[in-house]
Design a binder for this molecule. Structure first.
Ligand code: URA
Length: 484
């Protein structure tokens, strides 16, 4: 007997998951299910209204590893029609072997990871090659600026990429239309749809701006056609206004390089030496000596290691004496820290200061910093709502934290909360399992783990809050003793 199941539209994860759960509950082996989408189900002949079999009386629900869910979220965006069957096969196998994903040579694991990688590439191309055109507002109408873009992704990634565009282009209204769905943002709501869109007519003068920009950054002396077409594959060219220039820029590159060389060898302009003399009078900005904490702080100001910087006001670097014995590490700056440019100056910082004062630790003697140096948030109206940094972002920002630790050389490092702990150890442990005891680190320093003050601020029950605050105070007393 064969089961057939047709998913609506392109088939999203929630829909596949509901059907997959039904088949798993009935104990249906992967080989006898045929998965389709309505789009390619040929009039649905034989698809029998998608009825799921009765659950088996022996069925006991089991959880799946979060890593599989993350993988499935990417794989489901792939346009390969075998993706549903592949995911079901993996799900079925995971019930008997929870470590399946760790078998790097397994055919299904390899296939799924390859699909996820393709989705990552498609995602990246979309973030790089979407070109918005402004739609003028009707005469006499005031309002936010409106933009539209057309893009042709290979896979069903629009919903997945939409939050990126929401973050990047938050202050304008936009619509991105593609043959594989569309997404829009109106300042409050991010919407997406799987319905294929038609290509709008988008030629206007912003095309010229793109061409001018592209021609100005094109360096004929650095031309590597192979690299260029790898970074900007030809299939995207038709929707990139600047791409029209590429053939002629390539064709003229050699002549331009010769011309540049000829001009370089010519006499300097008559007033050239006067410009150089004037430039020599301008004092160099005071640069901190290389290899110091001050130089690191300066360098971190232009950090773009992850996307969080796009919306943050500034980098909030650590603060405190360069020879501090104790370093406290929080998660990331909050709203007030982002504006002030200093860590722990908002509500969590106020509580932190109060407890330090109660137990007699001088904050001025501490080096206080964060695992992540930019404020990650979601705008909601006029408010900026804190968003937890993800593991990738924490790993990127570890670049700064590691150097801060190397330069300050604290004897005692205090991780306040799980993000700081993850940044220091790369492990996701329950805080309670490691809290309140000194832990020897590989580099000879001592690590002490406690909760983050924001956690205390969020406890709604007053009684429990008082208890947790007392524990936090006790941790601070231990830290004081350890530091002494
Ligand atoms: N929370 C943190 O983790 N760090 C700050 O600087 C402020 C709030």
């Amino acid at each position: 007997m064969m089961f057939r199941y047709a998913l609506r539209g392109r088939g999203d994860l929630a829909e596949w998951r509901d059907a997959a759960r039904g088949f798993i509950a009935a104990g249906i082996v992967p080989d006898i299910i045929e998965w389709r989408t309505m789009d390619d189900a040929d009039g649905l002949f034989g698809f029998d209204d998608n009825r799921l079999p009765e659950p088996s009386p022996h069925y006991r629900p089991a959880s799946v590893p979060p890593a599989f869910i993350r993988l499935a979220e990417a794989v489901i965006c792939h346009s390969d029609p075998t993706r549903f069957a592949l995911l079901y096969r993996m799900l079925f196998r995971l019930l008997h072997d929870r470590n399946l994903l760790q078998i790097a040579s397994d055919e299904d694991v390899v296939a799924a990871q390859r699909m996820a990688k393709t989705i990552g590439r498609d995602y990246h191309k979309m973030t790089a090659f979407v070109r918005f055109k402004e739609l003028p507002l009707p005469e006499g109408v005031a309002g936010r600026r409106r933009f539209i873009a057309w893009f042709e992704p290979d896979h069903f990634i629009v919903k997945r990429v939409a939050p990126f565009f929401e973050r990047r282009f938050n202050d304008m209204d936009w619509l991105i239309a593609t043959p594989k769905g569309s997404a829009s943002w109106d300042g409050t709501t991010l919407r997406s749809s799987d319905d294929p869109a038609d290509k709008p007519d988008l030629r206007d003068e912003t095309d010229d701006l793109w061409r001018i920009y592209y021609a100005s950054i094109f360096n004929p002396a650095r031309l590597k056609v192979k690299m260029m077409t790898k970074e900007m594959p030809k299939k995207y060219w038709k929707n990139l206004p600047e791409a029209e220039l590429i053939p002629s820029l390539i064709a003229n590159a050699e002549a331009q390089v010769l011309d540049m060389a000829r001009r370089a060898a010519s006499q300097p302009l008559p007033f050239h030496h006067r410009l150089q003399e004037a430039a020599a009078q301008v004092p160099e900005p005071d640069r901190a000596p290389a290899g110091t904490l001050a130089a690191l702080k300066e360098e971190a100001r232009s950090c773009t290691r992850c996307d969080i910087y796009c919306r943050a006001t500034q980098t909030v670097f650590g603060d405190g004496p360069v020879d501090a014995k104790v370093m406290f590490i929080g998660e990331q700056p909050g709203d007030q820290e982002d504006l002030a440019g200093r860590p722990f100056v908002g509500p969590a910082g106020k509580l932190f200061n109060e407890v330090l004062a109660e137990v007699g630790i001088d904050r001025q003697s501490l080096y206080v910093t964060n695992a992540v140096k930019h404020f990650k948030y979601e705008p909601r109206g006029k408010r900026r709502i804190h968003q937890k940094p993800n593991m990738g972002e924490v790993r990127q920002c570890r670049w700064w934290l590691t150097q801060e630790i190397e330069l300050v050389k604290p004897k005692l490092v205090v991780a306040m909360g799980a993000t700081a702990l993850f940044s220091l150890t790369d492990m996701r442990q329950r805080l309670e399992d490691v809290r309140s005891e000194p832990i020897a680190m590989e580099d000879g320093r001592v690590l002490f783990v406690t909760v983050h003050p924001s956690y205390l601020l969020r406890i709604p029950d007053e009684g429990r809050k008082a208890e947790e605050l007392a524990r936090f105070r006790e941790d601070m007393n231990r830290i004081k003793r350890l530091a002494a």
